[in-house]
Design a protein around this ligand. Structure first.
Ligand code: SF4
Length: 314
C-alpha cells in the first residue's frame, strides 16, 4: 500500500562533501524502497519488515524542491545532489509516479550536478535528461578543476551470486542486468561505475568473489569500482541485523559464528577488516586496471580548466 505525505523540506545538505560520491546534498522522492534489501540501513520499526508496505510518496516534493534549489542556486551553493540516498530513485513506483524524473527536471533547470546509485534498469528511461544535466551542470569551484561533467551514475552490486541477491535484494534487478545498464550508460558517454557497497563478509568479500565482481565491472566498461563494507543495524525483528542473521541461518548457518566474531554487538565490522577489504580490492582493481575512486589520480590533483560558472546561469 502506498501512502501520500506532505513534506516541509526535501533537499538535505550534508555537513561535508561525501568523500566517495562527491555529493553535498541528497534528495529522496520516496520514503521506503520497493527493492526491499534485507541489509538496508533504513530498515527498522519505522518501515516494518517489508519496506514496501510502509512506502510513501512525497506528494509535494517537487514544489518544495524547486524553492530549495532556487534559494541555493541564488547563493551559488552548487554541489552534487545524490538522487535517492535512502531509497532507490528508480524503484518500481517510479514508473507510475515519476517523482525522480520531476526532480531531475528541476535539477537540470537550476543546473545542479547529480549522483545516482541504483539497482534498477529504469534509469535508462532518463538518459536524455541525464545527458543534459551532465553537460550543463555547474560544479563547486574546486571540482571545476577536477571534473568537467555533471552526472555520475553508479549501479550498486553487493554480490554477483544471483542465488544470494534473489534473497537479499528481492525487488531489485539481477546483478547482470544492473551491469548491462551500466554498460549502456557508458556507451551513452556517461561517467559510470559500480558501487560494490555493501560487499558481504565471507560471501562476496573473498578473493575469488571480489575478483568476480571487479572483473565483471571491468568487462562492462566501468570507470570505477567503489568497494565498502556491510553495516547491520538494530535489534528489533524488522531491523537489518536480525533480518540478515536470519537469512544466514537459512543460507549458510556455518557463517553465523564468523559474523558473531566480526560484528558481536556492533553495527560495523572492525577497522582491521575494512582495511583488509580495501587492500584486497585495490590490489585486484590494479590487476584489472580499474580505479577505486570516482576521480582519477590526475583529476584529484588537477588545477585548471574550470567548467561552467555561476554567472552563466543568472
Ligand atoms: S535499494 Fe538501497 S534504499 Fe532500496 S532497499 Fe536496497 S539498500 Fe535500501
Amino acid at each position: 500500500m502506498v501512502h501520500q505525505k506532505q513534506v516541509s523540506s526535501v533537499l538535505n545538505k550534508h555537513k561535508q562533501r561525501d568523500s566517495w560520491f562527491l555529493t553535498e546534498y541528497s534528495v529522496n522522492p520516496y520514503e521506503g524502497c520497493s527493492c526491499n534489501c534485507l541489509y538496508c540501513y533504513i530498515r527498522g520499526s519505522k518501515y516494518g519488515e517489508n519496506m514496501e508496505d510502509g512506502l510513501a510518496i512525497k506528494s509535494n516534493a517537487l514544489k518544495i524542491l524547486e524553492k530549495q534549489l532556487l534559494a541555493r542556486a541564488k547563493k551559488g551553493q552548487y554541489g552534487f545532489v545524490a538522487v535517492g540516498s535512502a531509497t532507490d530513485a528508480y524503484m518500481h513506483h517510479e514508473d507510475k509516479w515519476k517523482l525522480t524524473q520531476g526532480m531531475l527536471e528541476l535539477l537540470l533547470k537550476y543546473r545542479f550536478p547529480v549522483f545516482i546509485s541504483t539497482k534498477s534498469t529504469s534509469i535508462l528511461r532518463d538518459v536524455e535528461l541525464l545527458k543534459q544535466i551532465d553537460q550543463g551542470a555547474i560544479l563547486p569551484d574546486d571540482l571545476k578543476r577536477k571534473l568537467n561533467r555533471g552526472a555520475i551514475l553508479s549501479v550498486s552490486v553487493s554480490s554477483m551470486n544471483q542465488k544470494i541477491t534473489n534473497i537479499l535484494e528481492p525487488g531489485a534487478a539481477t546483478p547482470e542486468e544492473r551491469l548491462e545498464v551500466m554498460h549502456q550508460l557508458k556507451q551513452q558517454g556517461f561517467l559510470a561505475g559500480v558501487n560494490a557497497i555493501p560487499t558481504l563478509p565471507f560471501l562476496s568479500d573473498t578473493e575469488e568473489e571480489l575478483e568476480r565482481t571487479i572483473s565483471a565491472a571491468k568487462k562492462h566498461g566501468a570507470d570505477y569500482i567503489l568497494v565498502g563494507g556491510l553495516t547491520l543495524f538494530g535489534k528489533e525483528r524488522a531491523d537489518s541485523k536480525p533480518l540478515y542473521l536470519n537469512f544466514l541461518k537459512r543460507y549458510d548457518p556455518a557463517l553465523l559464528p564468523e559474523y558473531e566474531r566480526l560484528y558481536g554487538t556492533n553495527f560495523f565490522p572492525p577497522k582491521k577488516y575494512l582495511r583488509k577489504l580495501k587492500e584486497k580490492s585495490e590490489l585486484l582493481s590494479r590487476r584489472y586496471n580499474i580505479r577505486t575512486s570516482i576521480l582519477t589520480e590526475h583529476e584529484e590533483t588537477a588545477n585548471g580548466n574550470p567548467a561552467s560558472t555561476q554567472s552563466e546561469l543568472f
